[in-house]
Ligand binder design. Structure first.
Ligand code: PNS
Length: 168
């Protein structure tokens, strides 16, 4: 039988409901979905360590029988080949994501023509959600409870000193 294994790579600092929505959609159409956290991210200093991020994703995806979580370093195409994965899953929220995603997909295709990139769109209500905005809003005392899993809210509270919004 033909089984499809896909990699869902990212920084996940931290996991959002948008990521979870995409994981749920991906898990419905592929046989095995591997959420893969990039260890050597060039995105600057992360808020959460890689093991912290891995644990949060692990907890949040417990309910899926075909989703696993791991980490990777180096080229995504090498990791995908090593995993025996035929596809990479990525989410596209808005047109603004498209250019970056297109470049990455084409570069990955150049590096490994056998690896396909699958794009899926998260639920409309998460279109504006990003890890970067979540961190920024939370650090300024904003409420992010509807946008990230409950465990992530707890971890954000433990990591970031409690801040109350300034009086209006
Ligand atoms: O969630 P992100 O930060 O947008 O994810 C970016 C990620 C991890 C998918 C991308 O940076 C990546 O695959 N990095 C690994 C290095 C690599 O393969 N680079 C060449 C692809 S253009």
């Amino acid at each position: 039988m033909h089984t499809i294994k896909a990699i869902y790579p990212g920084t996940f600092d931290p996991l959002t409901n948008g990521h979870l929505d995409l994981i749920a959609r991906g898990a419905k159409i592929v046989d095995q979905l591997v959420v893969a956290i990039l260890r050597n991210s060039e995105k600057g200093t992360p808020l959460f360590t890689v093991p912290e991020r891995q644990e949060m994703i692990h907890e949040a995806t417990r309910g899926f029988g075909n989703v696993s979580v791991t980490t990777f370093d180096g080229l995504l195409v090498d990791f995908a080949r090593q995993q025996g994965a035929k596809a990479v899953l990525r989410g596209i929220r808005a047109i603004s994501d498209y250019e970056y995603e297109f470049q990455m997909a084409m570069m990955n295709r150049k590096l490994d023509p056998e690896l396909e990139t699958l794009f899926m769109m998260p639920a409309e209500k998460y279109t504006y959600v990003s890890s970067r905005l979540i961190k920024g809003v939370f650090q300024l005392g904003g409420d992010v409870t509807a946008l990230v899993p409950p465990l992530v809210v707890e971890r954000l509270k433990a990591k970031v000193p409690e801040r109350t919004p300034p009086p209006v």
